[in-house]
Design a protein around this ligand. Structure first.
Ligand SMILES: [Zn+2]
Ligand SMILES: [Zn+2]
Length: 117
């Protein structure tokens, strides 16, 4: 298994966090729920939308949501599996954390230079 580390251009956290509350998905309150339009948000946020907004719409593209019943929505299983796998491998990541941070910093400097020219 040598592909445990994400490459520099792929930020996995974008895919495993809710775009509304920026919480990482999990298998409990923050299960990733796929909406009928194809977007995924966490269960907590969907619950909030279904309970507080008069217009039940996708927060990203304003598509109407098909149901007021949270139990009728499906869990985005592939995302959930990625999240669980990611959390399992966090122990491995943490060992390389310093290296990854250093790399990221270098990338940022490179980006800044590019932007100035
Ligand atoms: Zn959320
Ligand atoms: Zn949507």
């Amino acid at each position: 298994m040598e592909s445990n580390l994400p490459n520099n251009n792929f930020d996995i956290t974008e895919y495993i966090t809710c775009g509304i509350c920026f919480e990482e998905y999990d298998n409990l309150k923050s299960q990733p729920i796929i909406l009928n339009c194809g977007h995924t948000i966490c269960k907590t946020c969907l619950f909030g939308i279904l309970n507080t907004h008069s217009n039940k719409k996708c927060p990203f593209d304003k598509s109407n949501l098909f149901s007021n019943n949270i139990n009728e929505y499906k869990i985005n299983t592939p995302i959930l599996e990625i999240v669980l796998e990611y959390k399992r491998s966090l122990n491995i990541f943490s060992k390389f954390k310093n290296i990854i941070c250093f790399k990221t910093e270098k990338e940022n400097i490179k980006e800044n230079k590019k932007g100035k020219n």
